[in-house]
Design a protein around this ligand. Structure first.
Ligand SMILES: [Zn+2]
Length: 311
């Protein structure tokens, strides 16, 4: 058994000048001596963004469960979890408590047991709360204590933690999702790397703050806007060029119904073009590479080399 605990909000309920705003998450397993601090939802966002074999990843959830292979026993859950996130990112009405409950009904899961913990601030372990205010004459100890807490509790005690008791990776995912939803965090999908993230500062943020997969020296937030702008220009150019070349080639084919060479060359070009386009659309080749190939075969190519154009 392990726990995931969250703390968010302002340190004493209201917002005085310079109040601490918490945005914390703790993954804890006292038996395994694991205590990881992150931002709320951070480990969950990394987990749902994993690709490849989950058991082989170095994600902290994997080290928390005894049998890492058991994660792969429920691939449906992982898929449905992502589908649910995608639905909610598209339409935030899905990120409501009732939709989460229905999601749990469909997946046969439950919100793990929750409790709240009031802990003392570091360095205040031995402080006496009752010393903070004077007791009036007719006050008993209980009332004095309660009044002292209301007046000065935040000096000694921290904002309570919401703690979920987990037994599985499914539990820690549901716990995180539950906390994110009830506290109305903004879950997004990065337009640069495609991974999920929580937009803590701006609800309309489009890029995460992870290292960009395309430029190790920059974060997605720095690298993304420029890259997607270039990509959208390239996509436009590719579309236009392809349309131009294809219609000119079709015309030539149409005008030469008796020329067998032109007829077969067009078919061969077309088969190759479809493969190149598919490769470009799936990210296998860049817009520049696809454009270069298109330009190279802009017009009739004698002795079409099937091998050379196979991709
Ligand atoms: Zn990103």
């Amino acid at each position: 058994m392990f726990t995931i605990a969250f703390r968010n909000g302002i340190s004493n309920g209201q917002a005085p000048e310079g109040a601490t705003v918490y945005n914390e998450e703790y993954l804890q397993d006292s038996y395994k001596k694991i205590n990881l601090k992150a931002q709320v939802g951070e480990t969950f966002m990394d987990f749902v963004s994993l690709t490849g074999n989950i058991a082989d990843s170095r994600h902290p959830y994997v080290s928390l469960v005894d049998d890492a292979d058991s994660i792969s026993e429920n691939p449906w859950f992982f898929r449905q979890l992502r589908q649910f996130l995608d639905l909610g990112i598209d339409n935030e009405a899905f990120f409501s408590m009732s939709c989460l409950m229905y999601f749990l009904e469909l997946t046969g899961l439950q919100i793990p047991p929750i409790h709240y913990e009031l802990v003392r601030k570091p360095g205040h372990e031995d402080d006496c709360l009752e010393d903070c205010i004077e007791a009036l004459e007719d006050m008993d100890h209980f009332e004095h204590s309660m009044r002292a807490y209301l007046a000065a509790g935040t000096e000694i005690y921290d904002t309570p933690l919401t703690v979920y008791q987990c037994n599985s990776i499914e539990d820690v995912c549901i716990a995180s999702l539950h906390f994110l939803i009830i506290n109305q965090y903004n879950i997004r999908k990065c337009k640069n790397c495609g991974r999920y993230f929580v937009a803590y500062l701006r609800s309309d943020a489009e890029y995460c703050t992870r290292v960009s997969p395309y430029n190790k020296k920059k974060t997605c937030r720095e690298d993304g806007p420029k890259r997607t702008f270039e990509a959208s220009i390239n996509a436009d150019v590719v579309k236009k060029t392809l349309k131009q070349i294809e219609s000119a080639r079709r015309m030539r084919k149409h005008r030469n119904p008796d020329n067998w060479d032109i007829q077969t060359e067009f078919d061969e070009w077309h088969t190759a073009m479809v493969r190149w386009r598919k490769n470009y659309q799936s990210g296998g080749i860049s817009a520049e590479q696809f454009l270069a190939w298109l330009e190279e075969h802009r017009s009739y190519t004698e002795d079409w080399d099937y091998e050379e154009n196979y991709i």
